[in-house]
Design a protein around this ligand. Structure first.
Ligand SMILES: NC(=[NH2+])NCCC[C@H](N)C(=O)O
Length: 482
């Protein structure tokens, strides 16, 4: 693997070259109804369907676009029953092992070869999970690839479950965000996601792949005296940040959501840190309601092209006006729960006088025109094509959460039919992942030929995990878009 990997992401839509993903592991198949909510899954997933009928297609598409030969040379074998999906499993000899589509389990296995790191990691994870002291000795004996698998799935080769699963690791977006040539690590709000973050820290700080970036990996922490504060004060000052709330939209501009998961104090730290290190000049904080349905900003909008965005209609200008109806707002009363607060902090300017945007579209339009130098009017696709009640239904199943493989080519979920109609109206073709893969396999199409397309991924199981393709990706390299 590369030791001096080129890490750089300066937009949401530049051609994707490298990313970190995690394929659904056995832990997902161990979630039980009484724990599902706490582990942030809304339902019980059928693991085989999620893997074979859904996620494997996602992975094959990523490989086709990012690492063509790796997949094309093997495409006729990998799904044969006798291959037993070994192509997809990091601990098997036939694993695809790409340095473009990167799996943390493989990185973990390699750093666990180092006895010192192995000791530290086992101690950290066992302390966090509150296991017996002696279990550590047992883990020390495991072979590295098996230990890596166990640390993620929580399951030993003899099938004993020793840790809870971390089923949300498939949403690699949330563990960290690449901001130009830096990586901003998360500090998760939810306990169910803490082990993910511990494992990833060891990887980012120790794997040779990130060796030259150690001083560019940013951790954010609670205030120094945090542990001295009482519970009420702690709730006010807590620092939590999850990657779904952070978007590098342009080389000079970072968005940070304040949401159910990312706190105001975290956003404030990010503004300071970005300016202090000179990573970006503009940081815009987008405050959305703290609700499960939109836990991160990327569940409410993502980008398709420099001048095209998909967003949740209830947060739009029209949506908010409609909600207000003819109510006389000067009477006061409650502000609409969907009203966003959008505040932009520019390096060197007074933090007490941020630039305010009234509506989300105003901000997105400003990014398209001024940061990305788009020369055509900015366009918007709305969740559910703004047809009642599909806007809300489809936002819930991640209609607004698409991943751009290159400008205009995005992956989204196949169940969001009305949103797909909205894409068509904006001149975007629709193709099913399965059909596209068939065309790649038969060489009727090549990834380079694909333009302005929404690729529809089967999503019956995946969508129950409450995240889309944007969440299931942590880009570490994209081409600059200008
Ligand atoms: N970037 C995102 N929107 N991630 C979605 C994460 C979903 C996951 N089940 C959670 O609740 O944490």
């Amino acid at each position: 693997m590369h030791s001096n990997l080129d890490i750089n992401v300066s937009s949401e839509v530049g051609t994707l070259r490298r990313l970190i993903i995690h394929s659904p592991d056995e832990g997902i198949g161990k979630v039980i109804p009484t724990k599902a909510q706490e582990w942030l899954f809304e339902d019980i997933i059928h693991l085989e369907t999620m893997r074979k009928k859904e996620y494997d297609l996602y992975l094959k598409i990523l490989l086709y676009f990012l690492d063509y030969e790796k997949i094309h040379s093997q495409i006729h074998q990998i799904d044969l029953p006798e291959s037993e999906r070994h192509f997809y499993k990091p601990d098997k000899k036939d694993y695809f092992n790409s340095d473009k589509v990167i799996e943390p389990q493989a990185l973990l296995a390699s750093i666990l070869e180092n006895p010192n790191l192995r000791l530290r990691m086992i101690a950290s994870v066992c302390a966090h999970e509150g296991t017996s002291y002696l279990l550590q000795d047992e883990l020390m004996e495991l072979e590295s690839s098996v230990l890596a698998r166990t640390m993620i799935s929580g399951i030993l080769p003899d099938k004993r479950m020793i840790f809870p699963p971390i089923p949300n690791l498939i949403f690699t977006r949330d563990i960290g965000i690449t901001v130009n040539d830096h990586i901003l690590l998360n500090k998760p709000k939810k306990k169910a996601r803490t082990r993910e973050s511990i494992l990833m820290k060891y990887i980012f700080f120790n794997h040779p792949m990130f060796q030259e970036y150690t001083d560019k990996i940013i951790e954010i922490t609670d205030p120094e005296d945090f542990f001295l504060l009482d519970e009420e004060e702690q709730n006010k000052k807590i620092v939590t940040l999850e990657g779904g709330d952070v978007m590098t939209v342009a080389p000079n501009h970072l968005l940070v959501g304040v949401s159910e998961r990312t706190s105001i104090h975290a956003a404030s730290k990010v503004v300071h840190e970005m300016h202090r290190r000179g990573i970006v000049d503009k940081v815009t904080v987008v405050k959305i309601p703290a609700k499960r349905a939109y836990m991160h900003i990327d569940t409410t909008f993502t980008q398709v092209k420099r001048n095209l965005w998909v967003l949740f209609g209830s947060f739009s200008k029209e949506g908010l006006k409609k909600e207000k109806g003819d109510f006389i707002s000067s009477l006061g009363g409650q502000k609409s729960e969907n009203e966003l607060e959008i505040l932009q902090y520019v390096k060197g300017q007074d933090y007490n006088k941020p630039i305010k945007f009234d509506y989300l579209e105003d901000l997105l339009n400003d990014i398209s025109l001024n940061d990305l130098h788009s020369t055509t009017p900015t366009r918007f696709i709305y969740s559910g094509d703004n047809q009642f009640p599909f806007g809300r239904r489809e936002q819930w199943t991640d209609s607004c959460n698409v991943l751009a493989l290159k400008e205009g080519v995005v992956i989204g979920y196949d169940r969001n039919d009305k949103t797909a109609e909205g894409f068509k109206k904006q001149g975007i073709d629709i193709i099913k992942a399965e059909d596209l893969l068939k065309a790649f396999k038969n060489e009727e199409k090549k990834p380079a030929d694909i333009k302005d397309t929404l690729i529809l991924l089967p999503s019956a199981e995946l969508s129950r995990a409450r995240g889309g393709s944007h969440c299931m990706s942590m880009p570490i390299k994209r081409d600059p878009i200008y």
